[in-house]
Design a protein around this ligand. Sequence first.
Ligand code: NAP
Length: 638
Amino acid sequence: MTSANTMIDRALAEAHLPALLMALIHLTGDTELLSPEWRARYKPMADLSTAREGGYPPAMATELRARAKAAIEANMAGAETAPFIPSPDVIARMMNFVAGADIPARYIPFLMEQLGFAGHDTSLPLTPEKVRSLAQSRMRVIVVGAGMSGLLAAIRLKQAGVDVTVIEKNADVGGTWFENVYPGCRVDVPSHLYAYSFETRTDFTQFFSTQDVLLAYCREMAEKYDLRPHIAFNTTVEEAVFDERAAIWQVKLHDANGVRTLQAEAVITAVGQLNRPNIPEIKGKARFAGPSFHSAAWRRDIDLSGKRVAVIGTGASAYQFVPEIAKNIAHLSVFQRTAPWPLPKAHYHHEVPPEKIWLLNNVPFYDKWYRFYLFWTLTDGAIAALTADPGWEGPPQTIGAANAYFRRLLTEAIEAQVAGRPDLLAKLIPNYPAGGKRLLVDNGLWSQTMRRENVDLVTTPIEEIRAEGVVTNDGHLHAADVIIYGTGFQASKFIWPMRIVGRNGLEIQDAWQGDARAYLGITAPGFPNLFMIYGPNTNLVVNGSIVLFSECAVRYIMGCLALLAETGSPTLEVKQSVHDEFNIKVDEANAMMAWGAAGVSSWYKNATGRVSQNWPFPLVDYWNATLAPNPDDFLIQN
Ligand code: NAP
């Protein structure tokens, strides 16, 4: 047996069977594999955690592997026939198969693009004609932020021949992946989705990439697209003021040399929603005798070993760093105000086996279908579980039948983890609907950590902080040498603390009054030629990749800039009516989602109680809405 054969056998043992089945159709042209027999035995959510076998009984799995082996070997031996490219109808049936659902027709163009079957080159920003008119316009664009979305904007602008300057407050690219260096930091979206669609990787070595890998990816993008000469590092945007007479943004910057002003026809903010740490006003905070810091400003200079540590907060960041630090410290008090919902994922910390990487690299189309499966089951395929059934009268803390079922699955997973510890179980089961806050990817490490002898999960509310530690409202002092705030970010203060002044001297935070709104999260009336990426109501709760949304927003912004170039209009500004109608729909839809439910409080809601963070519709709707700007939505001077 050759080493390639051995690898095929090992790889097939590791294969994701639904993706393999689709690859087999491409290799053989045998659409009989879409028959009810194969479809009926497949259960997309058979194993919430790994979904490897797709629920197939062993005999079918063996048959599938054997047929795939023959087809792969023939392909590797240089089979004369090129892989079969199915018609759109067949591709739609294949999608339905892998999704285990009848995908509505409006998804097909979107998913065709995601799968790379759309027939156009997604690595280009716009059509060649639009690129030409943009390049000729000599437009200057300032991008604020060099994280994943700012880099993406810079790539597209540069490709389109636009004069782009990126302003970055940090010393390097990467944004959140540059700043968040706490132990255990990694993405909670599968690596194979968390990359630009035109820069995907088949050789990610972790199912969920760690911070260093993501930072390296950002750096690689900056090098590959030669972006560094366009980026001013260690530079902060203090304000951007729109000069109405000249139709120019005056952007005031601050760096080591002082203050200077740049001019640009358009400004794109790419500053994230989760950038400015939130440290709560807890009585006596300043009296604490030891060091204290926020998870996003991790103090690597402080050695925690042997110390007593208090962690406030049990959100996504704490969920990752608490298990890491608990191993080496004397004692850990974790202060939980609200329990998070864990989403079981046994392979969360696993390396991608070489056999899987081999499949992704060597079996035609396997990578695309694997990515499609991940995409569907984590995003729009899961949305029903977080949506309210109108008039629902089911158990409390559920909002519909699918949500109640989802709650049961998640609850069973927690119960299995803390069997024999009813005290812990009571603390770990959330008292709000599943999906009310971001689901935290979990491989059991959190509950294991809570079971450690040196760890206390404290659910009694905090009363105050004293020099010696944290006091709960039962009068108990939880002694600590260090306090770590895993208390999240000032998320609802969009693009703050930059001062953005639009028409008539209106400051954007005054316009919003603590309740940020925009059209498609991108543009706001009164602020011509200002575009936001990851702006109001574009956050994703179902674990979709925000990188996809950045790509959508950037495509739309490029379309807006092209519209300016083509029309010769100095400004483009969304109509108030368009903006308002859109926001009404957003609010109605958010009210039907788990995170919009009354009684759920999180960073998704602002001080007025409105959900200003989240996108409440299927992802496909954002993709469709941002394909190209509709000129009728804007005030344009022709
Ligand atoms: P977070 O999810 O907002 O969690 C903050 C935590 O602090 C919550 O448990 C909150 O309790 C608690 N808290 C806030 N103020 C408090 C107070 N005054 N007293 C006691 N507890 C208080 O923040 P985060 O963990 O930094 O995560 C923010 C977001 O960043 C996530 O939702 C996610 O989108 C993203 N993120 C992603 C990853 C990843 O991809 N792996 C990792 C980290 C962060 P309540 O729930 O009661 O408010």
